[in-house]
Write a protein that binds this ligand. Structure first.
Ligand code: AAM
Length: 336
């Protein structure tokens, strides 16, 4: 596949990269998320990823937001692209257990609860409204917004929301071996509660089984005055499905070829069912010269922190494939 699946044409003067950070209690369930070296550490991954992107290194904690097998976090890709393009990313705290270590916009949300036990995002509607406020604010700063996510455990909440909205979805995973049985168990519990309550409104679905990133990102998309591209895999499909259910305009999606190729998921089919346009980036990590990045081709990590969208934006801003690949390699090597 070519570096970009398509020849996108976006007319913009002021691009911005932003990422919505959030937690869900589900990431601490052993075996659900590989976005962190242990289940307990996954809750810090959004904070550490944001710190890495902002500062180029992690000083606040003594470990890296890599996978259990030490595959590099996708935040190194995002970091290399924002420095290559001279972009200052904006982070939005949608709801986390801990305080971020770099400046963030804050909507004062809470981390998502385990939807098997209780409502996951009780204030989903208020978070959507807060996201709209952020979207209006960012409209003053940019005419193209690449909007990313970082929510360990977020593919499980994406499954819950997509299924409850009626899509025959299978979601991706940060692991090579997608923990499908665990995800289906959570999804069944959510579906039962959605059915019992006769819920159809997308923000009620998020309340029961989503995560705080979803309503905030959907609110931002709905209020941003320029063009938005949602940077992420099956989690961002859930955001578009929410927007569609609310009768709002959806944003095009950009993700990596590794998400597209995931046989345990069906990204392309769900994008088609939702009716969202999707772009794919294939950075050719198999030949880039780093064993950790090469594992992305085997299905580890695959995407995250808007890595696919950051590479996409770098191409839109005129950086060559060679510049992009060599910037990623040198950032990964310096992060070892
Ligand atoms: C974000 N930071 C990451 C990472 N992601 N660091 C290491 N590996 C990742 N995959 P799951 O549902 O399996 O936890 O996958 C979703 C998470 O993986 C998100 O946080 C996404 O941004 C990515």
């Amino acid at each position: 596949m070519a570096f970009l699946s398509d020849n996108p044409s976006f007319d913009f003067k002021r691009p911005l990269f932003a990422a919505v950070l959030g937690n869900t209690a589900l990431s601490m369930v052993p075996g659900i998320s590989g976005a962190g070296s242990t289940p307990a550490r996954t809750v810090f991954t959004p904070i550490l990823d944001a710190e890495l992107i902002t500062k180029g290194a992690i000083h606040s904690m003594g470990y890296k937001p890599n996978t259990p097998t030490n595959c590099p976090t996708p935040a190194v890709i995002t970091r290399s692209m924002t420095t290559l393009c001279g972009i200052d990313p904006v982070f939005i705290n949608a709801g986390m257990y801990n305080r971020p270590t770099v400046p963030c916009l804050d909507v004062y949300g809470e981390p998502g609860a385990d939807p098997r036990e209780t409502d996951a995002v009780p204030k989903a509607r208020a978070l959507f409204a807060a996201g709209e406020g952020v979207g209006r604010h960012l409209s003053r700063c940019a005419d193209l917004l690449v909007l990313a996510e970082c929510v360990p455990g977020g593919t499980t909440t994406a499954l819950c929301v997509l299924r409850a909205l009626g899509y025959d979805a299978r979601v991706s995973s940060s692991f090579v071996n997608n923990p499908v049985a665990l995800k289906e168990e959570v999804c069944r519990a959510v579906q039962g509660r959605v059915d019992d309550a006769g819920i159809t409104d997308p923000l009620d679905v998020v309340r029961i089984g989503g995560d705080p990133m979803m309503p905030v990102a959907a609110g931002i998309v709905s209020a941003f005055s320029g063009e938005v591209v949602l940077a992420g895999g099956t989690q961002m499909l859930a955001v578009d499905a929410i927007l569609k259910g609310l009768g709002k305009e959806m944003a095009p999606l950009v993700t990596t070829a590794y998400v597209r190729a995931d046989p345990s998921a069906n990204f392309e089919a769900v994008a088609a069912a939702v009716g969202a346009r999707a772009y794919y980036v294939d950075p050719g990590f198999g030949t880039i010269g780093d064993a950790g990045l090469a594992r992305y081709c085997e299905g580890e990590v695959k995407e995250g922190m808007g890595a696919g969208g950051a590479m996409f934006l770098a191409r839109l801003m005129g950086r060559s494939e060679e510049e992009i690949r060599s910037a990623i390699l040198s950032t990964v090597l310096s992060f070892r």
